[in-house]
Design a protein around this ligand. Sequence first.
Ligand code: ADE
Length: 229
Amino acid sequence: MITFDIITIFPEMLSSYIKESLISRAQKKKLIKINVHNLRKWTHDNHQTVDDRPFGGGLGMVIKIEPVYKAVQFLKSKFKNQNVKLKKTKVILFTPRGKKFNQKMAHDLSKLDQIIFICGRYEGVDERVAQKIADMEVSIGDYDLMGGELPAMVCIEAISRLIPGVLGKEALLKERITKTGGFIEYAQYTRPEVFSPKKGINWKVPKVLLSGDHKKIEEWKKEHGKVIE
Ligand code: ADE
């Protein structure tokens, strides 16, 4: 079972997603476990302060290192205290300048026992979190979001669907995974064979798919597929 531990200051953002059908079913089947942790739990002042002004000036606030450090230590020790063999854990910090998330990364991460996601917010996170605490920085694309919560959901979904039993259609999934951990996405059609939204307009399904000739169909799929890596 893979455990996702998400550290965030907006735990509510993730709660409905976690209750969603396939993700919730995967948790019930004990294939994955998602824990959402409020970073404020690891603060000690009355205001539960998680951010502060940046040294050197600048607008906006920066997430402090102390609560993040304590949260990560606590979540790592959870497994160390169980007398089980050393778990494969990675700590990931979401930032737009991180390594670009892709299918291969999802594949590699799906082999771990625990992933701790640190979701940034405000103007950023104290740089020492990236340097000293996180094992890697990950971006889900070249655009700036308001925080790491959506990236966490994106990664959890891409990783979870690769875990045997989550989709319940492993044979289908296997067929579409390349040797290097990429994924083949191809065009698909279903009935009707001809869709006519208006008189004289006929949108047809490629003939080869209706031919029953499996070899030709496989060739067509290869030709029209795109490998996502
Ligand atoms: N935080 C803000 N933007 C992000 C992005 N594109 N990917 C990951 N984390 C982010």
